[in-house]
Design a protein around this ligand. Structure first.
Ligand SMILES: Nc1nc2c(ncn2[C@@H]2O[C@H](COP(=O)(O)OP(=O)(O)OP(=O)(O)O)[C@@H](O)[C@H]2O)c(=O)[nH]1
Ligand SMILES: [Mg+2]
Length: 443
């Protein structure tokens, strides 16, 4: 109290001295308090004005506070390196063109292709692409579905067993259907079951033997893609049945050289592109599944570290605001600060939140802390001492809120439902640590 007055207050004049000292003292105490408050307020306001272009400040800091994609890519690469080669599993009715696709992509001899009238592939065969010493992709050619000798359930069980056997692999399902084949119930059934059991495996629908639907006079393939009505009509029927099941559809016509069509592998580029678009997704999903705790933790730490830069800046800002000895006056500003922090952390984790959504996250994760926040404001009524407490408390609370938000967004990023217990315990722990750190933070 005393030193304050010494430095700030202008000296009192003699006439006033005659008035009862108490009154003077109280007036001067009031005046000094007011001056002090205005002084502190101006300082805070001054600081705040500096802080006001929050958005601007935030923008520049964002550049500093983002997670380096290269670091994330490096971690993912270590996981990817452990990933076995991706598998493209071909299924379809006999003579639908499964082996022709393998031949078209890998260049293996035409022996694997049938004559077009009786089932040819007798057992599952794997072919490496582009070569066995550098297998980027494995094509698994299966036995035609719906072959009289085998019942559908057995075929499904075998396929599922296959899929389970190589669960660590990234996989793409390739359904092959001839353009003019409408008896596809078995295939549909099998595909439905597989997709239900393995929703994470992307699925490509390859519609084959296009020229069987060309207008009779057509002697060779038109420019790709073919625009004939007959094709579109047939396709509409197939699409209706299969589109819900497949992520992409591609039209192809892979013939044998002696069939005299040019090009022999009509639609090969489109097929490659469609596959190429599905592979990263397949690999991303497989990588994600393979992401062991270690890699997940490493990536989580990267994001957490970037998040902590924000948290430090905002905790200091919160302390500065909270130090203003006006109980409750700073609450709205503090809340706005914390909502901005959570909004920015959301952005860091790839979530786009508007302020009210960020506010929703704050109240969702703040839990019991909020009530305490109010309690803390009350302490401000304790002259001097109060705002120091309030300042370090606000800093620690803002920090803990940041840690909680990182867990929340980390869960979402990992495709998990945010776990309130986990968030609360992380916040409690972080609050304790932060309180130590921010203890005696001077306003
Ligand atoms: N024109 C044309 N013929 C095709 C196409 N795909 C396959 N064929 C022909 O249809 C016949 C069967 O082709 P495959 O590739 O062996 O069919 P698959 O699905 O492997 O048959 P299975 O091994 O019996 O299950 C062969 O004569 C192929 O030349 C296509 O896209 N266009
Ligand atoms: Mg075959």
């Amino acid at each position: 109290m005393t030193e304050q007055r010494d430095c700030d207050l202008p000296l009192a004049n003699s006439q006033q001295l005659s008035e009862s000292t108490d009154e003077v003292r109280t007036k001067s105490v009031d005046k000094s308090w007011k001056k002090r408050i205005t002084g502190v307020w101006n300082k805070a306001r001054g600081r705040f004005v500096q802080l006001l272009p929050l958005e601007q400040v935030t923008q520049t800091t964002v550049g500093w506070f983002s997670v380096s994609e290269t670091q994330v890519a490096e971690i993912l690469e270590t996981v990817r390196a452990k990933l076995p080669t991706t598998e493209a599993l071909l299924i379809g009715k006999p003579q639908a063109g499964k082996s022709s696709i393998v031949r078209g992509l890998t260049g293996v001899s035409a022996e694997i292709v049938g004559q077009g009238f009786r089932p040819h592939t007798q057992h599952t065969e794997r072919y490496a692409y582009p070569s066995s010493d550098l297998p980027l992709l494995i094509f698994t050619d299966t036995v035609g579905l719906g072959d009289v000798k085998q019942d559908t359930q057995t075929i499904i069980e075998e396929l599922v067993k296959d899929l389970q056997a190589s669960s660590r692999r990234a996989r793409v399902l390739i359904l092959t259907v001839k353009i003019n084949d409408f008896a596809t119930d078995t295939l549909l059934q099998v595909a439905q079951q597989l997709r239900k059991q393995y929703p994470e495996i992307p699925c490509l629908l390859a519609v084959t033997c296009l020229h069987e639907a060309y207008p009779p006079s057509t002697i060779n393939h038109p420019d790709y893609p073919p625009e004939y009505q007959e094709i579109n009509r047939a396709l509409a029927g197939i699409d209706q049945a299969f589109t819900k099941l497949c992520d992409r559809t591609v039209l192809i016509d892979f013939t044998l050289e002696e069939d005299g069509y040019e090009p022999v592998f009509y639609g090969l580029e489109a097929f490659r592109d469609a596959l190429a678009q599905l592979l990263p997704e397949a690999e991303a999903r497989a990588i994600y599944q393979l992401l062991d705790q270690e890699a997940l933790k490493q990536i989580g730490d990267l994001y957490r570290d970037a998040g902590r830069h924000y948290m430090l800046a905002f905790s200091v800002m919160a302390a500065t605001v909270a130090a203003v000895p006006l109980p409750f006056a700073t609450m709205p500003v503090l809340t706005a600060l914390q909502v901005s922090l959570v909004g920015l952390l959301g952005k860091l984790y790839g979530q786009r939140l508007n302020p009210s959504q960020a506010g929703g996250v704050v109240s969702a994760i703040a839990g019991g802390f909020f009530a305490q926040a109010v309690g803390r404001e009350l302490i401000k009524f304790v002259p001097g001492f109060g705002s120091v407490i309030a300042a370090s408390w606000a800093a620690a609370y803002t920090w803990a809120l940041g840690e909680g938000a990182c867990v929340y967004f980390g869960n979402l990023m990992g495709g998990k439902k945010p776990d309130p217990q986990q968030i609360q315990s992380v916040m409690r722990e972080a609050f304790k640590v932060a309180q130590e750190r921010f203890k005696g933070i001077k306003s």
